[in-house]
Design a protein around this ligand. Structure first.
Ligand SMILES: [Fe+2]
Length: 173
């Protein structure tokens, strides 16, 4: 049977309550992949004429996670960032996200961050990945994409660590 948003939310709540975060996040990411492979969920969540933006599909009052639907504009490259003390899981419903994970190579006490790209990959339709607290990542969307993001809390109220142009970024050797 197709896996629904309600089932995903109930399962995610149960997993997040039962397991330590490091174990829970990959399990939630696997369940998000199941949800994304349900065409009925994708059809009721997104449509071709939807403009770029985001909507909250669910907020869990008990564990505080959010399920967000993003329509990502094409030809966009995001800056490296982390979500501070929260986590995020990304998954695609249509088109792909180009992901880069970064590692800071200098001391936190220095003003400017020196970042080194440590991993680059694509998240295509039905693919998901979890990013724990403090993991620095950046996204790019060559084409308009439909993305589901699950976050540990309301990220808008958390300090989000952007790494701007003043930071030196080292490419992977
Ligand atoms: Fe992010």
């Amino acid at each position: 049977m197709a896996y629904t948003l309600d089932e995903f939310c109930a399962d995610s709540r149960a997993v997040l309550k039962a397991a330590p975060l490091g174990d829970a996040l990959p399990q939630v990411a696997d369940r998000l992949a199941r949800l994304l492979s349900n065409p009925a969920f994708v059809a009721e969540t997104f449509s071709d004429d939807m403009p770029p933006g985001r909507r909250v599909l669910h907020h869990d009052p008990e564990t505080d996670f959010y399920v967000l639907a993003h329509v990502q504009e094409g030809k966009k490259i995001g800056k490296p960032h982390s979500h501070g003390s929260s986590w995020a899981i990304y998954g695609n419903a249509r088109e792909h996200t180009e992901m880069t994970e970064w590692r800071r190579t200098n001391s936190e006490s220095e003003t400017h961050a020196v970042l080194q790209a440590v991993s680059r990959y694509r998240l295509g339709p039905g693919e998901t990945k979890a990013y724990g607290p403090g993991v620095i990542h950046s996204t790019a969307h060559p084409n308009k994409a439909w993305v589901i993001r699950v976050t540990g809390t309301d990220l808008d109220v958390l300090p989000r660590y952007h790494f701007g142009k003043q930071d030196r970024m080292l490419e992977q050797a």
